[in-house]
Design a protein around this ligand. Structure first.
Ligand SMILES: CC(C)(COP(=O)(O)OP(=O)(O)OC[C@H]1O[C@@H](n2cnc3c(N)ncnc32)[C@H](O)[C@@H]1OP(=O)(O)O)[C@@H](O)C(=O)NCCC(=O)NCCS
Length: 130
């Protein structure tokens, strides 16, 4: 059966605060990557309905534009594929109001693992759209 993917969905928003800035006074890349990893993990937990997943791979990260203190950003995720034990998503972070892209990651892979940390089938083949 062909898979129908729902497109990017933006669940999570963040207000940029002074502690999220780099030495130049703009959004620190490490902060936004931590938010993305957490948001992607929650998204994949919901897609697979399983908690024991680990981040396996992130493709090239494209820092397209910046953000400053007081800006509101939103983090979007889209499922792009299911494997035996893996799920592949893509991510885009953008300004909430202008919709200007801040960061794009074309591929993030999470792997479902057993109690010994070995990959194990998740049994899911279709995206959950709720
Ligand atoms: C996740 C982990 C258990 C996978 O181990 P592994 O020996 O690669 O397992 P497998 O060979 O069975 O591969 C598991 C899946 O990952 C996929 N995979 C492996 N390497 C990959 C890579 N470089 N890029 C994308 N997918 C990859 C495989 O295709 C496979 O997918 P499938 O089961 O859907 O077909 C292991 O690499 C690990 O524990 N990594 C550390 C995870 C971690 O701690 N993350 C936190 C961030 S530091």
């Amino acid at each position: 059966m062909s898979q129908i993917f729902p497109g990017l969905r933006f669940f999570s928003r963040k207000l940029i605060k002074p502690q999220d800035l780099n030495a130049h006074g703009t959004l620190f890349g490490g902060a936004v990557l931590a938010w993305i990893d957490e948001e992607a993990a929650i998204y994949c937990i919901c897609q697979l309905n399983k908690k024991n997943i680990v981040t396996k791979y992130m493709s090239e990260i494209n820092f397209v534009s910046s953000a400053k203190v007081g800006d509101v950003i939103e983090i979007g995720m889209e499922t792009i594929g299911f494997g035996r034990s893996s799920i592949k998503v893509r991510c885009e972070v953008r300004h909430k109001f202008t919709k200007q892209t801040i960061i794009k990651i074309d591929e993030i892979v999470f792997v479902h693992v057993d109690e010994n940390g070995k990959s194990t089938p998740h049994g899911v083949t279709e995206p959950v759209n709720d």
